[in-house]
Design a protein around this ligand. Structure first.
Ligand code: FDA
Length: 305
């Protein structure tokens, strides 16, 4: 049943008509629990509060499925605006983005032009930009773009997904670029030809790549809400004498606040991924797919007047 619901929400997350329709409305279907607002000004207020409580942030302007050059350029403009707001308001925040919203599916020239503009703004204001990882189909292209841009911009990071069979090789391949890597389990529905279908294998690979990346000397952002993985990282820290400035934990806005607080109290660097924007629909559906129990929150949202 849980697997069925998972697939159902992942199917809904890819629906372009619903994505477009949702943009016209404010946050619905319980999305306010996972999304900090539809514009940067409301997100900035939340980020300020989060910073004041001791957490660092990465802010994400939600956007997927852009259809034309103009929409991709507007998405890039919004990212630059977010960087300017981070600088003006002295927020302790990075910026996360998806290459599809920068025009990845339209043309290489467009996505590169948009990324150069954003990374120049990031460089000027000392804001790190991280490229989220999307589905497998776009993984190779995303990593090639990352490698190309990383040669010019120090302030750039990306994400690798533990569920992909290729992940350990990718870590090796990226290592010479001195990468800032966020390691995650992976949120998309992938074929068993390219990704582990079983959670147990994903979890084991996740542990292996955390160790691999840290021991290669690369800064590692461990982005998970899984207590067993967090316990593993703490053990590794002791066992290998890993300095606290070599890694950090990251969690999504609105998820496992108790765990976020506990890690902060123990003196770990804890970064909260704060999404905002009109394009909240696909993101919200993926969060529901991760934990169909969240549907209860959705139902409450639907029935709330
Ligand atoms: P798992 O799914 O095993 O969950 C462990 C426990 O966490 C659950 O038992 C539950 O308690 C809690 N939990 C997890 N998800 C929850 C939810 N939605 N609601 C409530 N509780 C929940 N993926 C990707 O493919 N590309 C990317 O670029 C990113 N970027 C990213 C950034 C950051 C900062 C995070 C934290 C995650 C991502 N992800 C991602 C998502 C990631 O791949 C993964 O889908 C989620 O983090 C859920 O997996 P966990 O590691 O938390 O473990």
């Amino acid at each position: 049943m849980e697997q069925l619901l998972r697939n159902f929400f992942l199917f809904l997350s890819k629906n372009k008509t619903l994505t477009k329709l949702a943009k016209k409305y404010g946050l619905r279907f319980g999305a306010a629990r996972f999304v900090a607002g539809t514009d940067i000004d409301s997100a900035a207020k939340k980020i300020k509060e989060i910073n004041e409580n001791g957490y660092v942030v990465t802010v994400d302007h939600l956007g997927e499925f852009v259809d034309n050059e103009q929409e991709a350029r507007e998405s890039a403009d919004e990212c630059i605006h977010a960087i300017n707001v981070i600088a003006e308001q002295k927020l302790d925040s990075q910026l996360s983005l998806k290459l599809t919203s920068m025009g990845l599916d339209i043309s290489h020239e467009l996505v590169m032009e948009n990324m150069h503009r954003i990374l120049e703004a990031g460089k000027k204001h000392n804001v790190t930009v991280t490229i989220d990882m999307e589905d497998f189909e776009r993984c190779e292209k995303t990593l090639n773009i990352f490698k190309e841009l990383k040669q010019k911009y120090e302030n750039l990071g990306t994400v690798l997904q533990a569920y992909l069979y290729r992940v350990e090789e990718d870590i090796e391949r990226l290592s010479p670029y001195n990468p800032y890597l966020r390691l995650v389990k992976g949120a998309y529905k992938e074929s068993p030809e390219v990704a582990y279908p079983n959670k147990k294998d994903v979890d084991e690979t996740y542990k292996r790549i955390i160790k691999q990346n840290i021991l290669l000397g690369n800064y590692t952002a461990v982005a998970t809400h899984d207590e067993a993985i967090i316990a593993y990282v703490k053990e590794l820290e002791k066992e290998q004498g890993i300095a606290r400035d070599q890694f950090e934990f990251q969690m999504l806005y609105g998820i496992r606040l108790d765990l976020q607080k506990a890690l902060l109290k123990e003196g770990y660097k804890m970064r909260v991924y704060v999404p905002y924007g009109k394009d909240w629909y696909g993101y919200n559906m993926r969060r529901l797919a991760e934990r169909p129990a969240n549907v209860l929150f959705v139902l409450k949202g639907v029935f709330k007047k």
